[in-house]
Design a protein around this ligand. Structure first.
Ligand code: AMP
Ligand code: ZN
Ligand code: FE
Ligand code: FE
Length: 298
């Protein structure tokens, strides 16, 4: 693997591939069926649906798949690792795994259950401080898996913050912020084994996004590579040039597939579909590793 990944004219194709989007099945604002149409309208040839800790959007996305668009089914799994005695959250993208494989399915269920209790606890903390946001308002915004963006959206509707992003601060619901409550997250090495055990392809999402808190060292990525990591998300809206260069170099060194994606969340984030893309060469290399499911062609 190597230099060919930078060649966007690889095999004379000009495919546009976005391997990281969210729908209303988790904390995006676009229903999966609409997302598929939007993806095609945005000129994408391949789109991956990777809602947090769930596969609930897959079936409607497949049903709605427009001609000419290929869907990669996946999920983004909430994980942690420990760096110098401190727990750090990280996200693992899992592509094309068997949704029925019981061990991984059971852990996804546990992650979703934990998210529900934790969101309710955050609303209770807000209420105890006199902040006028109810559980009903949050629940009304969550079409499936509940996440902090749903609480942020309720805070925005109440006029307490100007944007969803403005709620991700120490004063509000930023990590370890005033009204933040932790949730269950899987040890990332366990998660890698679970994804591989279900025939999936694990890719480390936004590995060096400084805006998301403490960044892991190269040693963590090396340990993940040894545990079965398939790829590294190099091009991501939360990566600056330094983060991209570091991820690209590490991918080369560890023989990991370098991907690029928008992490589209509809109105909950600014970046549009296809804002970042994966090269056809990288996409082919990822699929060549073999997985339980195949992409679905519309
Ligand atoms: P949770 O998984 O419930 O802890 O919430 C984390 C989610 O919030 C992730 O999907 C992020 O994409 C999203 N998120 C994190 N920071 C921001 C931000 N500054 N603006 C909008 N969404 C964010
Ligand atoms: Zn999200
Ligand atoms: Fe993420
Ligand atoms: Fe994401």
């Amino acid at each position: 693997m190597g230099a060919q990944f930078n060649d966007r004219s690889y095999a004379c194709r000009s495919m546009r591939i976005d391997l990281h989007t969210h729908s209303t099945a988790s904390d995006g604002t676009t229903p999966p069926a609409v997302l598929m149409r939007e993806a095609r309208d945005a000129g994408l040839d391949v789109v991956a649906l990777v809602d947090h800790d769930t596969t609930a959007g897959w079936a409607t996305a497949v049903e709605a798949l427009p001609a000419g668009l290929t869907l990669v089914r996946g999920a983004e799994i909430s994980c942690t690792t420990v760096v110098e005695g401190r727990t750090v959250s990280l996200h693992l993208l899992a592509y094309l795994f068997d949704p029925e494989e019981p061990a991984f399915a059971a852990r996804r269920l546990a992650l979703r259950d934990s998210r529900l209790g934790r969101a309710q606890a955050m609303v209770r903390l807000l209420a105890a401080d006199g902040v006028d946001v109810s559980w009903e308002q949050v629940r009304a915004r969550a079409g499936g898996v509940v996440g902090r963006p749903h609480i942020a959206s309720a805070l925005m509707a109440a006029g307490l913050v100007a944007t969803v992003s403005d709620a991700f601060t120490p004063e509000w619901i930023g990590t370890r912020g005033r009204y933040w409550v932790g949730k269950l997250e899987l040890d990332v090495l366990d998660a890698l084994r679970l994804v591989r055990g279900a025939g999936g392809l694990p890719v480390f999402a936004h590995p060096f996004a400084a805006s998301r808190g403490r960044i892991v060292g190269d040693d963590v990525v090396r340990a993940m590579a040894a545990a079965g990591l398939a790829g590294l998300e190099v091009d991501h809206p939360d990566h600056d040039e330094v983060a991209r260069a570091r991820a690209r170099q590490l991918a080369l060194e560890l023989d990991l597939v370098p991907t690029g994606s928008s992490d589209y969340h509809g109105a909950n984030k600014v970046q549009g579909l296809g804002a970042e893309t994966t090269t056809p060469a990288a996409y082919d290399a990822l699929l060549a590793l073999g997985s339980a499911l195949d992409p679905v062609h519309g």
